[in-house]
Design a protein around this ligand. Structure first.
Ligand code: GH3
Ligand code: MG
Ligand code: MG
Ligand code: MG
Length: 338
């Protein structure tokens, strides 16, 4: 029979109290303990401390739960359990990718070797039975602090990662990111012998919008143009801000005929409906230079050759009156017009 201290055995008060009314974000805990009394007492206390509690009585069930990324991040594991023991579970938890788990290992005695083995297997902390409820609470709080800190770090890291790859104004990919994507897609095309489409798109007479309405309104037009372009492509296409009022669109697996249709859709999504601004609706059009790299061919296709070809086709579109797309092939066919 487990040797529980009196303090730990005393059950928490039930019913509505100040704790029941707490609304702060709940943490979740998984308790894996084969001893029914320990299990019940530990679960009761964690509930009292506002944790969402999941309880299992063996290691195999615990592992089944922990295979899922949305499993509780705080885990209280008994060392000795049927199925998979606590130390083996620690090893499995650490060998798995996914969100960090804070593991509190319960050991039956204070054998120094036990503790070292447990910590080396990946436990963050340990408690030796019998333990006091205050000690359990303190360790749970320490674990929660670390999990909260870790969540804040992950959030900050994600935000930085997003900022470093996205354009501040439009929130689509920035120049660095869209160029990296182009390099990857050119490489993918080479390896898998697939087609690749690239479109260079530039807003027409944009300087005039700035000159007429001011830079802030110009910014609003750019933002909406970026949003419309992003919404007009397939989920596996890439849209980035290449320069001031210039956008680069990458369409993997797109043949010339599909690209022509796509370019027309992009032209239309900008030109067909005026952009609403605080200065009133502003009509703006888009010129596009389109290049389709075939799946195979003798030509060496690089980022530079694609960009040069798309840029040259864009220049032709501007020369031919704007609000149109030009396909950069040997024949330089016009593919769409206003
Ligand atoms: P074209 O039809 O030949 O492309 O003419 P354009 O006026 O669009 O081209 P031009 O290159 O002469 O002018 C581009 C303008 O875009 C000039 C620049 O100030 C403006 N621009 C670039 N980046 C931004 C930005 O972030 N915000 C605003 N508001 N304007 C920008
Ligand atoms: Mg046990
Ligand atoms: Mg322009
Ligand atoms: Mg330009």
């Amino acid at each position: 029979m487990s040797n529980l201290p009196v303090t730990a055995l005393s059950m928490p008060p039930t019913g509505a109290g100040p704790d029941a009314a707490r609304t702060k974000t709940q943490h979740a805990v998984l308790i894996a303990e084969d001893d029914p009394i320990f299990r019940r007492v530990i679960a009761s206390w964690f509930k009292r401390w506002d944790y969402r509690v999941t309880v299992v009585d063996n290691g195999l069930d615990a592992w089944e739960i922990l295979k899922h990324d949305d499993a509780p991040q705080m885990i209280v594991l008994d060392w000795m359990m049927p199925g998979v023991d606590g130390v083996e579970l620690c090893r499995r938890i650490r060998s798995r990718e996914g969100p960090y788990r804070y593991v509190l290992l319960l050991t039956a005695n204070d054998n120094q070797q036990d503790v070292v083995t447990g910590l080396e297997a990946g436990a963050d902390d340990y408690l030796t039975k019998p333990f006091d409820v205050d000690e359990l609470h303190a360790r749970a709080r320490a674990g929660t602090r670390i999990l909260d800190l870790q969540a804040a770090l992950v959030q900050a890291h994600d935000a930085l990662k997003f900022e470093s790859a996205h354009d501040h104004l439009t929130t689509i990919w920035n120049r660095g990111a869209i160029m990296e994507l182009l390099i990857k897609e050119v490489e993918r095309r080479r390896r898998f012998e697939s087609t690749l489409g690239v479109i260079m798109a530039d807003l027409d007479f944009f300087k005039k919008i700035n000159d007429t309405y001011g830079h802030l309104i110009g910014d609003a037009v750019l933002r909406e143009a970026g949003r419309r372009l992003g919404a007009a492509v397939r989920t596996y296409d890439w849209v980035g801000r290449y320069g001031g009022e210039e956008f680069l669109i990458i369409a993997p697996g797109c043949e010339a005929a599909d690209l022509v249709v796509m370019a027309e859709r992009l032209r239309d999504c900008i030109g067909s409906v005026s952009i609403e601004t605080t200065a009133g609706p502003i009509a703006v059009t888009l010129s596009l230079g389109v290049v389709a790299a075939p799946a195979q061919g003798r030509d060496v296709v690089t980022c530079e050759t694609l960009l040069q070809a798309a840029d040259a086709a864009l220049y032709v579109a501007k020369e031919r009156g704007r609000n149109r797309a030009e396909l950069a092939l040997a024949t330089q066919n016009a593919v769409a017009g206003s």
